[in-house]
Design a protein around this ligand. Structure first.
Ligand SMILES: [Zn+2]
Ligand SMILES: [Zn+2]
Length: 160
């Protein structure tokens, strides 16, 4: 395998996130079981949005055996509920949260070229959306804004 140095730093980032996630689950009385932890670790390692099927495929390859899709759906339900993973409605996929240490509403810049999902945490945007909904007596259940376009890296590649 090439690029060993990069792997090590990715591993370190994954480890950091896993520690934060464990601490947060403990503080909120949620159980991050080994299976849930493994699903979350895979999502962190992939570092991009995955559909449930893509996650199943990666987990199966890692474990070298078949996994019941329902099991993985349950892990995703749990991880989404506790806020370690965010669900992207527009692409029917899931992405690991980049700041798992606290609860928050997040928004995404989704690149249609490379498939990256850049998580943006903005309290200003969150309160604006709350205000708009409130004015109309609307009760939001899911207020994740997903903006599709081309990321900075892909845009500069296209210019070259
Ligand atoms: Zn997040
Ligand atoms: Zn891109």
């Amino acid at each position: 395998m090439s690029g060993h140095a990069k792997e090590t730093s990715l591993d370190a980032a994954v480890e950091d996130s896993l520690c934060l996630a464990e601490a947060r689950c403990k503080a909120t009385g949620e159980r991050l079981t080994p299976a849930r932890r493994e699903a979350y670790a895979v999502m962190l390692e992939q570092n991009k949005p995955l559909s449930a099927y893509e996650l199943i495929a990666v987990l199966e390859e890692k474990k070298g055996k078949k996994i019941a899709p329902l099991t993985v759906y349950r892990h995703l339900d749990f991880l989404t509920r506790v806020g370690l993973v965010h669900r992207l409605e527009s692409t029917h996929s899931f992405v690991a949260c980049v700041h798992p240490d606290h609860a928050h509403e997040s928004h995404y810049l989704l690149c249609s070229e490379c498939g990256s999902a850049d998580e943006v945490e903005s309290t200003a945007l969150g309160s604006l959306l709350d205000e708009i909904a409130d004015r109309r007596g609307f009760r939001p259940e899911n207020a994740i804004v997903e903006i599709k376009g081309v990321c900075g890296d892909c845009a500069s590649d296209a210019e070259e």
